[in-house]
Design a protein around this ligand. Sequence first.
Ligand SMILES: O=C(O)CCC(=O)C(=O)O
Ligand SMILES: [Fe+2]
Length: 347
Amino acid sequence: MDAKLMDGTQVAETGHIPILDLSNLGSSDPQKRRELAQSVYDACTKVGFFYIKNHGVPESLITRVHDAAEKFFGLPEEKKMNLYIGNSKKYRGYSPIGGERSTGTDDNPVPKGEETGVLSEAFDIGYETAMELQTSVGYPQPQDIYDLYGDNQWPTNETLPAFAETYIQYCTAIIKLCRKLMRIFAIALDVPETFFDSKMKHPGVTSRMMHYPAQPVGDLREGLGAHTDWECFTILSQGKVPGLQILSHDGAWITAPPIPGTLVVNIADCLSTWTNKKFKSTIHRVVNISGEERYSIPFFFGIDYDATVSVLENHTSEDNPPCREPFKAGEWVREKLSRAYLGYEGA
Ligand SMILES: O=C(O)CCC(=O)C(=O)O
Ligand SMILES: [Fe+2]
């Protein structure tokens, strides 16, 4: 059924976004992995978004991390502001409502100085080796050339008992899933299955808890402006309340409602570049007109910050030259981060 948004855009409740069953993600049968890779390929080239079920992340852990997010955002503003993102050189910490700006997309940027603050608050963390230590004792520290690893600003245990522990546990489970997915992407792209393995020793990972207040009637502000994600791909746990919309090829915003037992995956800029844009880094936004508070937890998975993103040769031809020169993942992410917040440009 189609609905009309307050700003007049059509929102179609459709089955445009495939639901993929990941039961065979770690199958020992290469044929089963190839079949999964084929459906991943179709989803990435046609939509750039898909839901995953049987993904292996325990529902109880997802529930615990969402509970932690709700508790965090329920803290008094001054406690949250103790962890203000502006205290961090690495873009880690709390960003209050209106603190993040809608910068638009590469093709359709919001002019500098005209950006508006979005109707959401967020708590951001980045990769730290504690996320590996649960599964691999003695995991080495990364070299931090781009100044983006570690130094998360955690609330104390007195303020929020077990908050850091729960969020780190969640990240551990998601990183494990992401490394397996990268192998499926490699098969889908017709390169050796282990192609990305050496580039995700200390993956350029960011995750954030987000809170979108119920939008007051008549308030047209976006919860999060139209954008693409920057890394390789995103795994989104969107709680129970709808609000995520993706831009279809014919220019309509399509809602991607929460589906119990699933997470959402979307392709982001770095992986799209690797594929010479065959995999779509699809524009999306959040508008919370549900009348309820919305909580979501995006997890952005990128390759090591000091690794190079370079268009795969087997995805170029004379008529289809590389869309970009090779670049370091850390440089790209830092440049994007420096424009993301109002009144704070990082280090
Ligand atoms: O909250 C959501 O559903 C999506 C968030 C998102 O797109 C992002 O943080 O990049
Ligand atoms: Fe996003």
